[in-house]
Design a binder for this molecule. Sequence first.
Ligand SMILES: Nc1ncnc2c1ncn2[C@@H]1O[C@H](COP(=O)(O)OP(=O)(O)OP(=O)(O)O)[C@@H](O)[C@H]1O
Ligand SMILES: [Mg+2]
Length: 315
Amino acid sequence: MQFNPQEGPFTGMASVTASSEFPRILTYQDAAGVIWDTGPDEYMLGVNGRGETETFDLVADSPHMFVSAESGAGKSVVAASIATQSLVKGGSAVFLDVKRISHRWAKNLPGVTYAVEVDEIANVIVSVAAELRRRMRVIENYPGKISDAPVGPRIVLVAEEINSMMSELEEFERSLPPRGVYRPRRAFRDILNLGRAAKVHVVAFAQYPDTKLIPRPVIEAFGTRILIRHTRESWNSLAWSLGYAPPAPQARGRGLIIRAGKAIETQFLYLTEEECAHLVRTLRPEAERVGLIQEARRALAQRRELRALERGERG
Ligand SMILES: Nc1ncnc2c1ncn2[C@@H]1O[C@H](COP(=O)(O)OP(=O)(O)OP(=O)(O)O)[C@@H](O)[C@H]1O
Ligand SMILES: [Mg+2]
């Protein structure tokens, strides 16, 4: 009797990187050099089992990310490290926090928008979508490369407890007139669809996405997924294409980054809330100054390019 080892229920199953060299915790002190060495469009997420840096690359990776973890497993820690890096690199951070208290450290910091009530969240989502439409017009009229178009700083939306947020928005939309209103959930889908070129990114958080509230195509827009202490449900809704669920890493702050058909075990960066607030206060002003200079240079280049076009110097 013979058996075929290459074919069976476990074929193609996710191969999780061997966890050889993980630090027990990855602090700001351990990672500071690397965090600020990554480019302006890349945020450090943590380190893998070979001691290599894992990043969220806003240009090369999917523009949006879904972070799934059970309560207390480290969602807000990932959110804070991403938001901090965006703010320090001159971008903005928009917190949509139905739980109200997930990121008290960020309230009142420069570059931060913080919405907690459903009407505030709805306002912010449609305003970001309007800004995105403005940015699309800038890109449309810009003669150079899309990535060089002077759209403005990156915007990172941190959507905490996205299931509750979607359910509150659904309820809220029932009170809106049936026609003639730009609805927040429609605006949210527009942001997901058009975000990359306009430099608007969504990072969503939940134990796992509830498909009754977040339709499959919307979930698909989140091309990068993070799973911390995943359950069978969270694996099946976010990483099903990789096969059966491997056991979840149990160490604190340890999880998987799922992208491009691979699951990479990662020790996630841990910045305390005090560190996040301090970094933004001390390092952001310089990024803002550089950003203003870059913006002015781009505007000048754009005017030159347009004048050249008007004089018929280009084809
Ligand atoms: N990467 C990490 N390294 C070390 N410790 C961590 C890490 N992530 C989280 N922790 C620890 O776990 C605690 C809970 O993390 P966090 O608040 O991010 O969880 P959460 O998933 O947002 O929880 P909740 O569902 O209650 O909002 C942190 O206060 C910290 O002590
Ligand atoms: Mg939290």
